[in-house]
Design a protein around this ligand. Structure first.
Ligand SMILES: [Zn+2]
Length: 304
């Protein structure tokens, strides 16, 4: 048995992935495997798939897991012990942590995927490589949804209600539509990929995917595409300024499909400069390094 090993699980909508890392200081991948969640078969089946995954990990290392970090869609309500704010609806209201602990006999640490992303990029990714002295890191995911995670001194700050870092549901702009969270104009309803595609469709009358909108903008012949990009960068600055004025992070890491667009780091940063409460802007805004692996790696660091 090796108490230094880190065990992480990334529970996604369609797949569940597990990893064992050598240690927090030396995060070499010892074992990695994935299963399909087959979530259409319901909650109990998802739990069983996770048990199967852990079983396979235990067989590989030859000892029983004692502590496992798990990234989940949604968050564990610290008071009720149930999952909330999840797009995997079969998890909502279920006592996932307790059910897994009863079944598997290991302690589970659950946090949402954006927190895992922020943690992974801090401990193993771009922050460790380029900003090793950073104390406060804000990790952002801008893709089909918008999420965020705060890491302080290498630990994820989940908050009293497990909503720490959830800037995606701050109010941003009236142009944003009704959100699944029940509010109107959330950052997610303005800056997610689908919301930006909808914005383009509204102003142009035609449909384009995000990648195409960006390449049309670069081509210089589609004014609607340029207008959409300007809308994105200007509101990105406005949205993130709220976080910068509260946390003043040492670095911001932006992941997700929208985060891949270079304009975020140039025009988006210029926009942030306008809104932030300072006469200059020192905050580095950078792309992540770990790609799709961030979720499962970050999970391994939960509770460590
Ligand atoms: Zn919302």
């Amino acid at each position: 048995m090796n108490n230094k090993n880190l065990w992480g699980i990334d529970l996604g909508g369609t797949k569940v992935e597990g990893v064992i890392l050598k240690s927090a200081e030396e995060p070499e991948v010892l074992f990695r495997t994935r299963f399909s969640t087959e979530r259409e078969k319901g909650y109990d089946h998802i739990v069983n798939q996770i048990q199967k995954l852990v079983g396979k990990m235990e067989t590989f290392v030859g000892y029983k897991a004692t502590s496992i970090g798990m990234g989940t869609p949604g968050a564990l309500d610290p008071k009720l012990g149930t999952i909330k704010n999840s797009n995997s609806t079969s998890l909502i209201g279920r006592t996932l942590k307790k059910d897994l602990e009863d079944l598997i006999g290991a302690e589970f640490h659950l946090e949402n995927d954006a927190n895992c992303f922020a943690l992974a990029e801090t401990r193993m990714g771009i922050v460790k490589e380029k900003f090793p002295d950073a104390k406060v890191v804000f990790g952002v995911i801008m893709g089909t949804g918008v999420g965020g995670g705060v890491v302080v001194n290498g630990h994820s700050i989940n908050g009293l209600q497990s909503i720490g870092g959830e800037w995606g549901h701050n109010f941003l702009d009236e142009s944003g539509e009704l959100c699944y969270c029940g509010k109107v104009g959330c950052v997610e309803q303005v800056l997610s990929g689908p919301s930006l595609e909808k914005y383009y469709e509204t102003i142009s009358g035609s449909k384009k995917e995000m990648k195409e909108i960006y390449s049309s903008h670069l081509g210089g012949k589609d004014n609607f595409a340029t207008q959409t990009m300007n809308h994105m960068t200007s509101l990105f600055g406005k949205a993130i300024s709220v976080v910068v004025n509260i946390l003043d992070p040492d670095v911001i890491v932006v992941g997700g499909g929208v985060g891949n667009i270079d304009l975020i780091y140039t025009d988006g940063r210029e926009s942030l400069r306008k809104y932030v409460f300072n006469n200059r802007l020192d905050t580095p805004i950078v792309k992540p390094k770990l790609g799709d692996s961030a979720g499962v790696f970050g999970a391994a660091y939960l509770g460590k």
